[in-house]
Design a protein around this ligand. Structure first.
Ligand code: ARG
Length: 458
């Protein structure tokens, strides 16, 4: 069988042009959704009387066989198979004969590929959504397990205030929870049927698009055929989702990488997720997390790539749109491995509890000292300045705030009383922050409760 569009051509396609034009090398992975869409379309053609029920059945039986060939990896791609759509139709006609030629009535590869990609993405979204939830579950489990552990919290990578380790870790749970929300939201718009838009003008055979959508499990149908064949917003949204997710994961990776260095020593990545050096025998490198961080450039790059492809296209379908797939597949492939790896890293994380609390410097209590002065009637701006002076003095004398003599404090201001010592308690500092969303144990336990509720929702 020759090309599907060969009728008006008399010359042959240049060999390099053929390689350049073909997408079968990557879009074969749409086979399942292509066949699913075609089976539903055959039923719609029969319903509107374009083909008989018997013909529709022959087509559907044939399509089933084609699908089985793909699933058992026995499908043989032929040199004339330009893309997944032509490959499936070519094989169908070999299996069921000339009736296969009726399937494409009123349909174009333009509305077909848009439908296939949406169906494909929807099934991938479900898997990725689950994988994100598993990362969240690992975060929650580790946080619950380490509820008592105190560590320095950082801003600008400088010690800032004491935190519960669990409070820090849970911060990533909520980032991922927003990612879940974005995924659910883009899923709604992806779940729209372009089939029935034809090449760009619509379908002249009275196809019932609403019932087609229902058959394919899609929530709605597109309202404008010109828009429908060119709309790739759902892919841009997906890649934007993946990009934001990557930014979250790379932040988590960076925290864990730096904290697993000898200088911090707060934690250790399990050997299952680390690698050694070919030269330096002592090395145990957090490659898993470096790759997580590194994938970010690649994923965000695919978002930019797609947006550049879409920018300034003339109306309706243009072949540029074929470029929408490889980036998409690459992002899905990356995340499908990356998310379970992140889950594993967190699940097996070794936390050095002593090292974390031992690294707390008294200066992380400076805010508490200022708050102490506020309670003694000093306005906050003034107390901030007085404590700043105390910090400076302690640095001059080379002692910690705790060891700065009372007379030095009182030399700065009489508002410092003997009871200033009472603030030197890391635990008390964090327990004081018992607002909802704060780092106090009770607040963090409340977070666990809400987090569990989120995980239980499907
Ligand atoms: N392989 C094409 C794609 O991925 C299918 C649509 C082709 N349409 C066309 N008019 N040539 O976009």
């Amino acid at each position: 069988m020759g090309k599907l569009w060969g009728g008006r051509f008399s010359g042959v396609t240049d060999e390099l042009m053929k390689r350049f034009n073909d997408s079968i090398g990557f879009d074969h992975r749409l086979f399942r959704s292509d066949i699913q869409g075609s089976a539903a379309y055959a039923a719609a053609l029969a319903e509107s009387g374009v083909i008989t029920q018997q013909e529709a059945e022959m087509i559907r039986d044939g399509l089933d066989k084609v699908r089985l060939e793909f699933e058992s990896e026995s499908f043989e791609i032929q040199p004339g198979d330009e893309d997944i759509h032509t490959a499936v139709e070519r094989r169908l006609s070999e299996l069921v004969g000339p009736v296969a030629g009726k399937l494409h009535t009123g349909r174009s590869r333009n509305d077909q590929v848009a439908t296939d990609t949406r169906l494909y993405l929807l099934s991938e979204i479900s898997k990725l959504g689950l994988a994100v939830k598993q990362v969240q579950a690992a975060i929650l489990t580790q946080s619950e397990h380490h509820i008592g552990v105190v560590m320095p919290g950082y801003t600008h990578l400088q010690q800032a205030q004491p935190l519960l380790f669990s409070h820090w870790l849970m911060s990533y749970f909520w980032k991922l929870e927003r990612d879940n929300g974005r995924l659910a939201d883009l899923k709604k718009r992806t779940s729209t049927l372009p089939l029935g838009s034809g090449a760009l003008a619509g379908n002249p055979f009275g196809i019932d698009r609403a019932s087609l959508a229902e058959k394919l499990g899609l929530a709605g149908i597109t309202e404008n055929s010109v828009d429908a064949v060119s709309d790739r917003d759902f892919l841009a949204e997906f890649l934007a989702w993946a990009s934001i997710l990557q930014v979250h994961l790379s932040g988590l990776a960076e925290d864990l990488i730096i904290w697993s260095s000898r200088e911090f020593g707060f934690l250790q990545i399990d050997e299952a997720y680390a690698t050694g050096s070919s030269l330096m025998p002592q090395k145990r490198n957090p490659d898993s997390l470096e790759l997580v961080r590194g994938k970010t450039g690649r994923v965000v790059g695919h978002l930019f790539g797609l947006l550049m492809t879409l920018k300034g296209l003339p109306s309706s379908y243009n072949k540029d749109l074929q470029e929408d797939k490889e980036g998409l597949f690459d992002v899905i492939d990356s995340l499908s491995v990356e998310l379970p790896v992140v889950e594993g890293v967190i699940r097996t994380l070794n936390v050095n509890v002593e090292r974390m609390s031992a690294s707390l410097d008294d200066s992380v209590l400076a805010t508490d000292m200022a708050d102490y002065l506020v309670r003694n009637g000093v306005p906050f701006r003034r107390s901030h300045e007085l404590v700043g002076k105390a910090v400076k003095r302690s640095e001059q004398l080379g002692v910690s705030l705790r060891d700065l003599p009372l007379r030095e404090y009182q030399h700065i201001d009489n508002a410092f009383g003997e009871d200033v010592n009472g603030i030197f308690d890391f635990r008390a500092s964090l327990e004081a922050r018992d607002v909802r969303g704060g780092t106090a144990t009770a607040s963090v336990r409340e977070q666990f409760h809400r987090a569990r509720e989120c995980l239980e929702q499907t």
